[in-house]
Design a protein around this ligand. Sequence first.
Ligand SMILES: NC(=O)c1ccc[n+]([C@@H]2O[C@H](COP(=O)([O-])OP(=O)(O)OC[C@H]3O[C@@H](n4cnc5c(N)ncnc54)[C@H](O)[C@@H]3O)[C@@H](O)[C@H]2O)c1
Ligand SMILES: [Zn+2]
Length: 368
Amino acid sequence: MRKNNEIPVCFEGRPIYDIVLEEGLTSLSDRFLKSVPECGKVLLVSDSRVAGLYLEDTVRAFSSAGVGTETYVFPEGEENKTLDTVREIYGKLAGCRFQRGDCLAALGGGVTGDITGFAAATYLRGVRFIQLPTTVLACCDSSIGGKTGVDFDGWKNYVGAFHMPSLVFMNMGFLSSLDDRQYRAGMAEAVKSALIRDRSMFEDMLEDAASINARKPETVSDIIYRSCLIKKSVVEIDPGEKGVRAVLNFGHTLGHAIEKLSGFSMLHGECVSVGSVLASYISMKRGMISEKEYSDIVTLLDSLGLPVRTPPDISLDEVIAAAHSDKKALGSSIKFILLEGIGNGIIDRSVTDGEMYDALVALKGQAS
Ligand SMILES: NC(=O)c1ccc[n+]([C@@H]2O[C@H](COP(=O)([O-])OP(=O)(O)OC[C@H]3O[C@@H](n4cnc5c(N)ncnc54)[C@H](O)[C@@H]3O)[C@@H](O)[C@H]2O)c1
Ligand SMILES: [Zn+2]
């Protein structure tokens, strides 16, 4: 299926940046020079784990382009996706006299990408940045589209900005060190993409679940490539999330609520998996997808080792309350994404608390 390794992302018909899928870092310097011309220096931002694995090699790749690099490393984890970390990045940038023409590079997963992008969006009212995603989630989803931001007082992504990267360079080799739980959680966003826009990708994933679990390189890069095409096609139409882009939040309305109530002990992708099953259940109850389609969705997520049940120890009332207080809820009506058939996500504002409650009860897991 994979046709090439380059996907241009356009705005109003004009290419703005490229997504590049590569094996290795060999072409990074050329790509960088082309995508970020006349850049004086780069601040490479990474979390503690990724820095230990890949920072040195990445610095070397930049040096070969003749670009001066500085580095900033923060402790890994969603709990550090905060304004405090951004503030430290500002300090580093100011201390190293970064100017408007300079650039930041996010080497890491979605947490690193979101923090770095936000720092780039706001430092000196905006400097360029590039994404070097190292998780499946970041490759399939978060590194594309220019949504940046941090959590605030436990609320996900409460502070943020739209700021497009100048380049998204994906080295598939980075994914080899990802642990199984993170790998699987990232696949939840790929399933989401297939569910909202690409039925044949969903069917292929169902058929190829064993290869996905075995991390067969061609299968993984094919899934990432197809996820990128979907994300690109949606963000090109609606870069500022004024309309259709909301379909990318399939599984996220209740997923985010569960993520918050789990005290972030569940991974984002795991919560998206549960949220996707809940949204699919509501779609099935409304007759928008068949029982067979619903059970195929559960089968796929389950066979990828992802949770498909509401955690037994959280209050369902609190999940619904949290869904209402999500920033994407408008007044009392929640912007919910449902499936009008697999491959066709639609925005719906009529989902009731009763429907959410029924889905949460029907899918409640057993306490162990
Ligand atoms: N901006 C967007 O459009 C968007 C979209 C989806 C998700 N997100 C955000 O993305 C975040 C989740 O991203 P994530 O799952 O990548 O989390 P993450 O960045 O925290 O990475 C997960 C863990 O994997 C480790 N890791 C990363 N790459 C590794 C590698 N190659 N080898 C070994 N370990 C590695 C990290 O150190 C971390 O501990 C959430 O904050 C979510 O809100 C943003
Ligand atoms: Zn997500």
